[in-house]
Ligand binder design. Sequence first.
Ligand SMILES: [Zn+2]
Length: 335
Amino acid sequence: MINRNDSGLSIRESSNVVNENVVNENVVNENVVNENDLNDTQKYKHLWVQCEKCYGLNYKKFLKSKMNICEYCGYHLKMISLDRIELLIDPGTWNPMDEDMVSLDPIEWDSSEFDSSEFDSGEFDSGEFDSGEFDSNEEESYKDRIDSYQRETGLTEAVQIGTGELNGRPVAIGVMDFHFLGGSMGSVVGEKITRLIEYANNHSLPLILVCASGGARMQEGSLSLMQMAKIASALYDYQVTKNLFYISVLTSPTTGGVTASFGMLGDVIIAEPQAYIAFAGKRVIEETLKTTVPEGSQESENLKSKGTCDFIVPREFLKLTLDMLFDMHFFRNRK
Ligand SMILES: [Zn+2]
């Protein structure tokens, strides 16, 4: 009898389990519906860009005509280097230099031995380039990663250099692109910037460097750190020996080795509003010093009040401001 009761119970229990399974099936069906919604969101993801500050969705098609400024909060979103060149250089005057220079793998980087969470550029990624991307690519070799970024961005490296005219005045300009491996500075980025400075030096051109970088490129180890000294000495010749005029433009984010070298060496340093400018990132400081970095303390407004930069210029006035600064410089030198 006891056995029968037991078996009876077990049958009832199992029927309950079956019912639960039915419920679960319903849940599964709901999930399927949600997944379809998600697929729709994914399907149209490429049409929108989410603001890093207010999380508002900006329609990509109109974003370029608005200079990548968020229509809800006015935050200056990241810009690809090509758009930046279009914004600053007169149409039809852009002459790129050293476009075929490509990174090799000088120290045969093995990413599997490395904790990608410490990767400089990973920290500042948001929106399209979240740090998750670095995790999923963890097993890719450095060379493969360069290849895939080249396919994605159509660029050969994280900086574009060249000459062009700014309101009719010839200038040498280098524009970093955060979308290429977090704008990190490896030996090719350093070499291209150095060559640009030397070209500007030889042709007595004013120089603009637009910074956007997660810092030195870890995959090239100390070779990327050497770029800081190389660029700084080329700038010494340019600024001190030849007395030529260099303006650095700091966009969000400008960090690490770029901040610590040419970012801070401009005769005039311009920052974009609310741009994240730092040497070490917030997370690194907090983990190392076990303190909290106050909100906004690494943004251009706070840094300007400490004397780190000279002007904060909204994007729509950037070309005009550069033009005025060059006017003043050449007027002073003419006297
Ligand atoms: Zn916004």
